[in-house]
Design a protein around this ligand. Structure first.
Ligand code: BGC
Length: 436
């Protein structure tokens, strides 16, 4: 148990937890299918053979979730709106109820408009999906915009491109490798169009949740440095450069579809803040001729880089290394690269998978990462909020229910999906109390 109080964070700091619709809602019959429903039905793709048909049943039990947030003393909740639900009759009623209950509990609603659950009839390889996204965003904003002020357009377009379309381990399960790049461009375009739609609806606090993993070269050798740079471009700068600078890193623009120069004007619409999801750094070297691993996923041989284990660090149950200073590095690195083009930052996800209710490892993880975040603030990065991934144990994509990221345990065998706060819940509640 971490003993010392955390250093004080700036006044007005947002303290929240994050979830996403597909991972917690269930109630699959009350909406149209998403690419994830289709993917989960394929034999063998989800490690424990499960589906998200019920998940945490938050569609029916959202009041319990709101009470848990209030009990933590959090002032914000990042959840996502399911696009297929919003397209289904009465689907937006659910989010209206959730928003009203959050506001009544003094918790700021922070909806993400796309967290990977694309309607099954759509495809990010089609440019038109970006325009369809903007129409859907317009509808959500028309319904909730009088009560919701803080919006997130997309969650991790990089992971959705790479895991879903390049490596095929997430929905929709494509293995296009570099031919997946149009998926990145169309999501970025969708983001820019959504920012415009939100602004037209009067929104004044708009951001995105982008994953960032500081890339560490395996050695100082030229081949390793070049491979690490290439990886950093693909996973980080291919997204943050167009968003914040209005251009792709060298060599990428030619690989993107459509009138890229005109699209970049849209992609780089001004943001009120920039959301960072941080889990761990990546250690990257020159290709070895063998397959390597990205987390628990295989990265095929034949790519111009190979991933390596970061040794001598504690590991989460997912096998991810625990590297708090990577968070400081990510934030100071963004500030150094983008200067005054970087708006204020929020940590929109950070957390870890561990089993059990007495989750001392999660307490140590959160404590060390909050201290690392505070260091970035001391070094001059303007950070406005921090959201833990996740409020609840939930459906961890192709891992099914095997990885538990929650501050709150969920019993997936009980019909009530019984929620039990873990030791980390009490620790965070007390840490937040000490901040007031
Ligand atoms: C995603 C979450 C996911 C978490 C842990 C992030 O990449 O946004 O949906 O559950 O990481 O894997």
């Amino acid at each position: 148990m971490a003993a010392d109080a955390l250093p004080p964070f700036p006044p007005g700091f947002l303290w929240g937890a994050s979830t996403s619709a597909h991972q917690i809602e269930g109630a699959v019959d009350a909406r149209g299918p998403s690419v994830w429903d289709v993917f989960e039905a394929r034999p063998g793709v989800i490690r424990d053979g499960s589906t998200a048909a019920v998940a945490c049943d938050s569609f029916h039990r959202h009041r319990e979730d709101v009470a848990l947030l209030a009990g933590l003393g959090m002032n914000a909740y990042r959840f996502s709106v399911s696009w297929p639900r919003a397209d289904s009759p009465g689907g937006l009623d659910h989010y209206e109820r959730l928003v009203d209950d959050l506001l009544a509990a003094g918790v700021r609603p922070v909806p993400t408009l796309f967290h990977w659950d694309l309607p099954a009839s759509l495809d990010w390889l089609d440019r038109d999906t970006a325009a369809r996204f903007a129409e859907y965003v317009e509808r959500v904003a028309a319904r909730l915009g009088d009560r919701v002020h803080t919006w997130i357009t997309l969650n991790e377009p990089a992971e959705h491109t790479v895991l879903g379309h390049a490596l095929g381990v997430h929905a929709p399960g494509r293995t296009l490798l570099y031919d997946a790049l149009p998926v990145a461009h169309h999501q970025l375009l969708a983001h820019g169009l959504a920012v415009r739609a939100l602004r037209a609806a009067g929104a004044t606090d708009v951001g995105i949740a982008a994953s960032h993993s500081p890339t560490w070269p395996l050695t100082g050798d030229e081949a390793d440095l070049a491979a690490a740079d290439h990886y950093d471009v693909l996973m980080n700068r291919a997204f943050s450069d167009p968003l914040l600078l209005g251009r792709y890193p060298e060599g990428l623009e030619q690989l993107m579809p459509g009138d890229v120069a005109a699209d970049l004007e849209v992609v780089s619409e001004r943001l009120d803040w920039y959301g960072v999801n941080y889990y761990a750094p990546s250690l990257v070297g020159a290709p070895t001729g063998e397959k390597s691993a990205y987390g628990t996923f295989d990265v095929p041989a034949g790519l111009p880089f190979a991933l390596h284990e970061i040794e001598d660090r504690p590991r989460t149950a997912f096998g991810w290394p625990v590297v708090p200073e990577g968070l400081t590095q990510t934030l100071t690195g963004l500030r150094d690269r983008y200067g005054d083009r970087l708006p204020p930052v929020m940590i929109t996800e950070n957390g870890c998978s561990y089993p059990g209710l007495d989750d001392q490892e999660r307490i140590a993880y959160l404590d060390s990462h909050l201290r690392a975040l505070h260091r970035a603030i001391e070094e001059g990065v303007d950070v406005r909020g921090y959201f833990v991934w996740s409020l609840l144990d939930n459906y961890e994509w192709n891992e099914g229910y095997r990885q538990r990221f929650g501050l709150v345990h969920v019993d997936f065998d009980s019909p009530e999906r019984t929620r039990t706060p873990k030791a980390s819940y009490a620790w965070l509640r007390d840490a937040l109390r000490a901040q007031r």
